[in-house]
Design a protein around this ligand. Structure first.
Ligand code: UDX
Length: 434
């Protein structure tokens, strides 16, 4: 079976390499020639653990990348993995890349082939796209469309692609389910649950899952706000409620909140779509989830201001720029947003991140980027721990205490050793944690 993957971002590039690992002949297509060149040289255009070896193993053998859509003509299954970012002038998703790739694919779709959407889209999109394909292809060419949402987490993309925790097949034709079962035969053989649905349900599964995760994080962050005004400890609270199997401890880490290319824009697009459908009230709570999340960033800025008296001219070290560790992704990153807000309020901000500095510097070129954590910290009046890279936890508070001008540590992830910092003479400030 031949497979094409349209769009080679964080999702598509790893999916293409994963499909090659499963033994398929794969062509990846992207409009970005620099990305395609990097991929053809066996290098992912972004940092994702374990993905380079996988790419390197298959590229030039069963896997190739191109900017020429005509090369999909041989493929039996086409995965659409292009981005659906937030629109510049609204909360809704921008569907331009999905629409343009479908239009570009149509002339090359052969009879009996299957188009599989993986991008996160507003509910109702798949049915419209199926119609669009049907209208634009000749009568002799029958093409089915299915929706197979992707749940991969950055930092674990290879593992999540090869060993997903569930597979969702949204189908409305006769052949799609069988073809998808063939594509994912290995995972299904390993007992991965398969949920077969109609198209709108499959589209909704993705946004519902992300909305639930975002809600869980904002719930614990709301508890952190209550802990702050009562002197209670949100980490102990999360441990205690997390022991209840119905609740679970995962995604109950309070801190600077969620970011990245999915959760923030997905809850906004979902809420915007519900309003279009006349069901805005059903998802009104997602606006509150978003507001709680954004308040976390403001709170860290306020804490720095309170502790230093003013931000103007103050030297602040920011540890972390990526939206989470094991990623170089700075899209809607709380760490970078806080660094930027401090800078715009007059602070002298020095940022260090093990992987995300080039991306951060592109988005926020006016910040100072240090070559190491110790360089960022040198002479700082406040140190902010905002992305939980393991190397930040390994810093010795006694050693780094000698380099700073003022021993103030604001732990935006509640993960540093509070007692060790206090014993070394630091003022340790957690979020929702005394
Ligand atoms: C998410 C979903 O998990 C994934 O299934 C979907 O396909 C894409 O969106 P990802 O964006 O890679 O994946 O990151 P995730 O690990 O979910 O973390 C999202 C954000 O939540 C990060 O900024 C993280 O720091 C934050 N987070 C997570 C918390 O603040 N607290 C937690 O307890 C967990």
């Amino acid at each position: 079976m031949r497979i094409s993957v349209i769009g080679t971002g964080y999702l598509g590039a790893v999916h293409a390499a994963g499909m090659a690992e499963l033994g398929f002949d794969v062509v990846g297509v992207d409009i970005d020639a620099a990305k395609v060149e990097s991929l053809n040289q066996g290098r992912m255009p972004f940092y994702e653990p374990n993905s380079d070896p996988l790419l390197d193993k298959h590229v030039g053998k069963g896997l190739r990348f191109t900017t020429d859509m005509a090369e999909i003509a041989d493929a039996d299954v086409h995965f659409v993995c292009v981005g659906t970012p937030q629109r510049k002038n609204s909360l809704a998703a921008d569907m331009a890349f999905v629409n343009s790739s479908i239009d570009a694919m149509i002339p090359f779709l052969k009879d009996g082939s299957l188009v599989v959407g993986k991008s996160t889209v507003p509910v109702g999109t798949a049915e419209k796209l199926a119609e669009r394909i049907e209208v634009a292809t000749p009568e002799s060419v029958s093409v089915e469309l299915a929706w197979n949402p992707e749940f991969l987490r950055e930092g674990f993309a290879v593992q999540d692609t090869l060993h997903p925790d569930r597979l969702v097949f949204g189908v409305n034709g006769d052949n799609a389910e069988g073809i998808l079962r063939e594509v994912y035969a290995r995972a299904i053989g390993d007992d991965t649950p398969v949920v077969v649905t109609d198209l709108p349900t499959a589209e909704l599964v993705k946004v519902a899952a992300n909305s639930f995760l975002a809600t869980k994080i904002s719930f614990i962050n709301a508890m952190a706000e209550i802990c702050d005004v009562t002197g209670a400890d949100v980490t102990a609270l999360a441990d205690a409620i997390g022991h209840d199997e119905r609740i679970g401890r995962k995604f109950l880490n309070a801190g600077v909140g969620f970011g990245g290319g999915c959760l923030p824009k997905d809850i906004r697009a979902f809420s915007a779509r519900a309003s279009e459908l006349g069901a805005g009230q059903s998802l009104a709570f997602l606006n509150e989830v978003d507001a709680i999340n954004l308040r976390r960033r403001e709170q860290v800025v306020n804490l720095v201001r309170e502790h230093l008296g003013t931000l103007h001219g103050r030297r602040v070290a920011v540890l972390g720029a990526a939206f989470k560790p094991d990623s170089d992704d700075v899209r809607d990153s709380p760490a970078l947003s806080i660094a930027g807000q401090l800078h715009l309020a007059g602070a002298q901000v020095s940022v260090y991140d093990p992987k995300a500095m080039p991306n951060a510097a592109r988005i926020f070129p006016t910040l100072n980027y240090a070559d190491s954590a110790t360089e960022a910290i040198a002479d700082a009046e406040a140190v902010l721990h905002l992305t939980e890279w393991p190397e930040f936890r390994e810093l010795d508070p006694a050693v780094i205490g000698a380099d700073v001008a003022n021993k103030l540590m604001i732990d935006g992830r509640n993960l540093l050793d509070r007692d060790a910092y206090r014993q070394a003479g630091w003022t340790y400030v957690g979020l929702g944690r005394p």
